[in-house]
Design a protein around this ligand. Structure first.
Ligand code: UDP
Length: 285
């Protein structure tokens, strides 16, 4: 585990190691008689992937393929993978369905797509590539906040800027072809995402092949709309500074969630922007 929080794991057996360590993975799968794998481990920053593409290939594809091969050798037949909307690149339409062209514009997106292709090649494997849109929010009990080192995500940075813990929030470009010029994203609550993983495991265990499934709310919000929601939740302004576009950022990413609704009974009850922001704020107070 190179990032992430042990406290977020709950009452589970934790084996620390590297998914690229074949011996450790083999031993762990055998000792715990693992029948399904949910693979969350990966590098997640678009900007970092632009600077260090080889590092992303190494972790998100090569080491992940060690995990996959060992899982198959150990008899695992269901595999759930954390994929991303970044596989689509700059979509030609909105909302984006799973059949849309996949042309990533960042090494991060490339590595997610490459691993999806490895999954699709494996005969007899039941798999799901859950293409997360913008995971956001926090557990409603407020006990655990999103935490990355360094933090790069819009919502925690905006909340911290409003609370005076950070300098002004940098808006990465306000000249996009969107109504207010800032990027539009589909924010989805982490609690809804968690539920989708359990549904995916159930579906795979009962023999349903899933393949790629979008997980979003089906609604898009601009950076400025997110900042407005943070201001409303905190009742104070978010100081901002408009800077250059961030490389690898498409203007609009909004999910078509019909497949998730049909296959996973996806309801995403908590993924309206106000609830996401309220839960995120509560966890960061
Ligand atoms: N964003 C921004 N300023 C920041 C962080 C993010 O303007 O300090 C924008 C970013 O360009 C994107 C949206 O907010 O359009 C969400 O970015 P985030 O990094 O949270 O998630 P990503 O879309 O990269 O998965």
């Amino acid at each position: 585990m190179s990032s992430g929080l042990v406290a977020a794991l709950g009452p589970v057996t934790l084996v620390r190691g590297d998914i690229g360590d074949a011996q450790l993975v083999r031993r762990t799968l055998e000792e715990h008689r693992v029948t399904s794998v949910v693979h969350f481990a990966g590098k997640i920053c678009v900007a970092e992937s632009v600077r260090r593409p080889d590092y992303y290939i190494e972790h998100n594809v090569r080491r992940a393929s060690v995990l996959l091969d060992e899982a198959l050798a150990a008899g695992v037949r269901s595999f759930v993978f954390s994929s991303s909307a970044a596989v689509y690149g700059v979509p030609s339409g909105s909302p984006i369905s799973e059949t849309a062209r996949t042309e990533p514009i960042s090494p991060y997106g490339e590595t997610k797509l490459a691993f999806e292709r490895l999954l699709a090649e494996k005969e007899g494997l039941l798999w799901a590539a859950l293409r997360y849109f913008n995971a956001a929010g926090a557990h409603p009990d407020g006990s655990l906040s999103e935490r990355h080192e360094p933090e790069t995500h819009l919502l925690p940075l905006a909340i911290d800027a409003a609370l005076g813990r950070r300098p002004a929030l940098q808006i990465y470009g306000d000249d996009y072809p969107t109504p207010d010029g800032t990027c539009i994203r589909d924010y989805v609550h982490v609690i809804d995402l968690a539920a989708a993983h359990l549904s995916a495991l159930d579906a795979l265990s009962s023999g349903t092949q899933l393949g790629a499934v979008n997980l979003g709310s089906g609604r898009g919000h601009s950076v400025r709309q997110v900042l407005g929601a943070v201001e409303a939740a905190l009742n104070r302004p978010v100081p901002t500074l408009v800077v250059a576009r961030r490389e690898g950022d498409p203007p609009t990413l909004v999910a078509d969630i019909e497949r998730a609704s049909a296959l996973l009974q996806w309801r995403c009850d908590r993924s309206d922007l106000a609830t996401i922001v309220r839960d995120a704020v509560r966890s960061r107070r």
